[in-house]
Ligand binder design. Structure first.
Ligand SMILES: *Cc1c(COP(=O)(O)O)cnc(C)c1O
Length: 233
């Protein structure tokens, strides 16, 4: 087994546990999603050997290749879509991913529902919320969230399990905190409005997963701290 991977994973788990403890949370509530974009299937195989089971990808095509290459693994590995999803890739995404973190419009959700029905699947999804003004960030405006969730409640083949967000990049992770606190407040407010579900908060990356855990994250999406710096975007 790869000693670097094992070390990195151990370090992250320790930091997650410590952050959870400072917030009075049970660390078992927090899932580590290993972001394997740009990482080869062979390295993902090593990461599975090192104990990881959930991988996040941001491109359908790239994920499909890896999932095929790793189809012989005995360990039950699940894949999450964390990047922007185009409607014309929804069919493939439904076929490949256990959870889609990045639903950012009613139209996309409707297409996923349709494709999931076709595949006789209930697709688990999160709604990506845009909390910053950056032009480049995807996500639905928080003002549209309540309506989207009401529509989703009437859909047969999607289950909205929570919210995801991605703040702008900050050197100082404390600057991410207000975004994560806001997503949690939104989730809590909506949960009383919509019965069932909406438990998950997908928030926190390499540079800020500790504050995300302190603010209630249930899924941290960590790439660089596990696999090292990416050479391509
Ligand atoms: C790449 C990516 C991550 C992981 O980023 P790191 O800084 O490498 O941990 C998390 N979430 C999304 C949506 C990403 O695209």
């Amino acid at each position: 087994m790869d000693p670097y991977l094992i070390d990195n994973i151990r370090n992250i788990n320790k930091k997650v546990s410590e952050a959870a403890a400072t917030a009075g949370r049970n660390p078992d509530e927090i899932k580590l999603v290993a972001v394997s974009k740009t990482v080869s299937a062979e390295v993902v195989r090593e990461a599975v050997r090192a104990g990881l089971r959930t991988f996040g990808e941001n491109r359908v095509q790239e994920a499909r290749g890896k999932i095929e290459q790793l189809g012989d693994m005995r360990e039950p590995v699940t894949w999450h879509m964390i990047g922007h999803l185009q409607k014309n890739k929804a069919r493939q995404a439904v076929a490949l991913f256990d959870l889609i973190h990045s639903v950012d419009s009613p139209k996309l959700l409707r297409v996923i529902d349709k494709e999931a029905r076709r595949a006789a699947k209930t697709q688990r999804v999160l709604i990506e919320v845009k909390l910053s003004e950056e032009e480049t960030k995807h996500g639905i405006d928080k003002s549209g969230l309540s309506e989207l969730l009401k529509e989703a409640a009437g859909m047969q083949n999607v289950r909205v399990e929570g919210l995801m967000t991605m703040p702008p990049y900050f050197e100082d992770q404390e600057l991410s905190r207000p975004y994560y606190a806001e997503l949690r407040r939104l989730r809590d407010a909506l949960r009383s409005e919509i019965s069932g579900g909406l438990m998950e908060l997908s928030m926190g990356m390499t540079n800020d997963f500790e504050v995300a855990v302190q603010e209630g994250s249930t899924m941290v999406r960590v790439g660089t701290a596990i696999f090292g710096a990416r050479h391509t975007a």
